[in-house]
Design a protein around this ligand. Structure first.
Ligand SMILES: [Zn+2]
Length: 285
């Protein structure tokens, strides 16, 4: 069956239509209407109408998760989606069942089927950007868990008296190694406001060394915990922070140093699909 994927992002909505061999037949990007749920639904429906050539499966990648309890969107940074029955509303309008998954699961799926983690059985896909998330693929399928929370390593606790997190807890991974958290820590240490790209360009001073060593320590502990529990065949990094090259050598070593085993060989890979993982992942659901 042919496949259609929609990636609903904070700033753009992308649609892709694939044939049975996963070749791209058509693809289009439009801006995401801001703060208006009904307009978002209408924009998605129009996009599907434009790119869909014939009957196909439809998958949607969303920011945030679908609550297994209510079927409504939760934990989304596109706030007008929170509490809305996105899946049901789209299915009613399209007269067809659709699949819907959060962006971390779509990322993990796309990189496993088409990207950096091809041919690995158990894959942990990591998103490190504005937030920190993750998705687990086991033998080609998303492992979403009994309550849809599997892979959410961004909210496991690194320091129980640590930074306050919006989720209500303290010391979550996300409050240390997300983009905004790392920029905030830089400002605390240096008094300067810089973007992550600027910070990582020159890491030579004392403060810079401290910033980097804390980052590596927290990245190492966070992912070592994941390896201790899941022991995946590969880890793939995505999101803005996946462009930080030292994560693939020094970062990997920091992870390996903390794993509870005499043998660690988990590849930590850079994503291959970049921005396109969401839309490809959606089409593969
Ligand atoms: Zn949290």
């Amino acid at each position: 069956m042919k496949k259609l994927g929609i990636d609903l992002g904070g700033t753009k909505i992308e649609g892709i239509f694939l044939d049975e061999e996963l070749n791209v037949i058509s693809r289009k990007r439009v801006p995401t209407p801001q703060n208006d749920y009904n307009e978002i639904i209408q924009t998605i429906l129009n996009l599907i109408q434009e790119i869909k050539a014939e009957d196909c499966s439809i998958g949607v990648c969303t920011p945030g998760a679908i609550s297994k309890k209510t079927g409504l969107i939760k934990n989304s940074n596109t706030q007008c989606l929170i509490g809305m029955p996105l899946k049901e509303d789209l299915e009613n309008s399209l007269n067809q069942r659709i699949s819907i998954e959060n962006d971390a699961n779509c990322f993990a799926m796309a990189e496993t089927k088409l990207g950096a983690a091809k041919n690995f059985d158990v894959v942990f896909g990591v998103i490190m950007g504005t937030g920190v998330g993750g998705g687990i693929i086991i033998n080609g399928k998303i492992h979403s868990g009994r309550t849809n929370i599997a892979g959410e390593w961004g909210h496991h606790t690194l320091f129980h008296d640590g930074n306050k997190c919006y989720c209500g807890k303290n010391g979550c991974v996300e409050t240390y190694i997300s983009g905004p958290a790392l920029e905030k820590r830089w400002t605390q240490l240096t008094g300067e406001q810089q973007t992550l790209a600027q910070i990582t360009k020159n890491l030579n001073g004392e403060k810079a060394k401290q910033w980097k060593s804390e980052f590596l320590e927290n990245f190492g502990t966070g992912l070592a915990n994941v390896i201790d529990i899941l022991d995946p065949d590969a880890i793939v990094l995505g999101g803005g922070l996946s462009n930080i090259e030292f994560l693939y050598d020094e970062g990997k070593q920091a992870v390996y140093d903390k794993v509870f085993s005499d043998l660690v060989e988990t590849p930590i890979l850079k994503n291959k699909l970049g921005d396109s993982a969401g839309v490809f992942g959606a089409s593969l659901l």
